[in-house]
Write a protein that binds this ligand. Structure first.
Ligand SMILES: Nc1ncnc2c1ncn2[C@@H]1O[C@H](COP(=O)(O)OP(=O)(O)O)[C@@H](O)[C@H]1O
Ligand SMILES: [Mg+2]
Length: 430
């Protein structure tokens, strides 16, 4: 008797470094049999704002870097409660049922600490470490759905950096027979993944280029006393003059000169750093707009420099996503500096700008629950494969496990390999 096909409906979610909110997707994964391509259909997308008091609490924890067990436990549970309520709100607003239409919930939680490169913290007694929080037991208990998290920690434990963690998914999704493509995400931190031309999704890699919006957001908060959280459509930056000497000096920072693999977060690029740049520039006669323009250019120029250093040549296309892809001061600079590359946004490929990372986590949830390792990208410290993610069973777990066992049938364990072919479709396709 042949095995039944796989069918997993997953809510993927992502709360990035910006802490603006939770991005959510509802995705259907299907697969005829383990030797056939995985099919991924994006059904729904939504965003739920992070409540301001919770954002302040998490920011405080990260910014001060002096905490108590009480503070950590409270933040973990409160994040779990917020994620659960956001997931319920997403389902309600979009008219689907968690019980009948969702098998798995998957996401990272909120990154609290990411320290993959201790050598960038000389004089401090630190080692490699990573922590995400948003208690998955809370999410599973409140929604009834089997919930997965901690993908980054699992990858970290296998000897890599746990971030950006999307090279495999991006490459499965954008891989092209004749074009070398990059997927550029500008969240709080910016990163890009490259998928080489030729139809072989395994030829991929990704890394963080440095700050995306974190500095820009911090500068805007600094000048508006926290009234505004970001430079909407780059309006403030567009009115200022870039201090090129400040940009060039900043791009000598050890993170930028460090070779790949590399990833980063607020530990290296925090609000305090941005505040200091602003203070110094103002003292030297700059306007707030000049500061925002200059800080925005640090992001834009670091992207260009990293493309020049690491992207294969020619790089045919860049697909941009994340909130920073709405900032023309970044996008226009990129277009100007990389005139031979077609630069557009990911919605051209059927993925809304804020949906890509949540989609990536939905994929990791599918693979993790099915029990498949994820493709290991190039330029990483360890080639060790492994199934990643922690699982908190929900009310539906028995049925779910049974379906997965039936899908595998008598498939030999030695032949359980990472997915290298995926067919993507989207209800958002243009
Ligand atoms: N219209 C816009 N103009 C400029 N920047 C924007 C716009 N919309 C969002 N952003 C920026 O994007 C950030 C959120 O991006 P997001 O991709 O959600 O990042 P993260 O993954 O870190 O949460 C905001 O903090 C803001 O800086
Ligand atoms: Mg966000």
């Amino acid at each position: 008797m042949s095995s039944p096909p796989l069918s997993l409906r997953v809510i993927g979610h992502n709360a990035g470094t910006s802490m603006d909110g939770l991005d959510l997707v509802h995705v259907h994964f299907t697969q005829e049999s383990p030797d056939k391509p995985l099919k991924c259909e994006l059904l729904r997308y939504g965003e739920i704002d992070m409540p301001k008091p919770l954002k302040r609490k998490v920011m405080h924890l990260i910014k001060t870097n002096t905490t108590s067990p009480e503070e950590i436990s409270v933040v973990n549970v409160r994040l779990g409660e917020f994620f659960a309520s956001a997931i319920k709100q997403f389902a309600q607003e979009q008219g689907f049922s968690l019980k009948d239409d969702v098998d798995i919930i998957a996401g990272q939680g909120q990154t609290i600490w990411h320290l993959p490169l201790p050598e960038l913290f000389p004089g401090r007694d630190v080692s490699r470490a990573h922590l995400d929080m948003a208690e998955i037991s809370t999410i599973a208990a409140e929604t009834g759905i089997t919930t997965m998290g901690n993908f980054r920690v699992s990858d970290f434990a296998l000897g890599r950096q746990g971030c950006p963690l999307f090279a495999a998914f991006d490459s499965l999704w954008v891989n092209h027979p004749t074009k070398t493509r990059a997927v550029q995400n500008i969240g709080g931190i910016a990163n890009f993944s490259v998928s080489a031309a030729g139809g072989d999704a395994t030829k991929c890699f990704d890394f963080d280029t440095g700050p995306g919006n974190v500095f820009i957001d911090a500068a805007v908060r600094y000048f508006t006393n926290g009234e505004r959280e970001y430079d909407k459509n780059g309006e403030m930056g567009a009115k200022g003059k870039v201090r090129q000497d400040v940009v060039d000096e900043w791009l000598q920072h050890p993170y930028f000169t460090h070779d790949i693999p590399k990833t980063t977060g607020r530990e290296t690029f925090g609000d305090d750093t941005a505040d200091k740049i602003c203070e110094k520039m103002i003292k030297e006669g700059a306007t707030p707009e000049d500061c925002v323009a200059t800080i925005t250019r640090i992001t834009a120029q670091s992207l260009v420099e990293h493309y020049q250093r690491y992207a294969p040549k020619p790089l045919d296309e860049i697909y941009m996503g994340g909130g920073g892809s709405r900032n023309p001061n970044i996008v226009n600079y990129l277009r100007e500096q990389l005139p031979n590359t077609y630069i557009t946004t990911i919605d051209e490929l059927g993925v809304p700008l804020g949906a890509k990372e949540a989609l990536g986590f939905a994929f990791l949830g599918c693979e993790g629950f099915v029990g498949r390792p994820v493709m290991v990208p190039q330029h990483v410290e360890s080639q060790r494969e492994g199934v990643i993610g922690h699982i908190q069973p929900g009310d539906n777990h028995f049925k779910l496990r049974k379906n997965v066992v039936r899908f595998w049938g008598d498939w030999p364990e030695d032949n359980v390999k990472p997915t290298t072919k995926m067919e993507f479709s989207s209800r958002f396709a243009q």
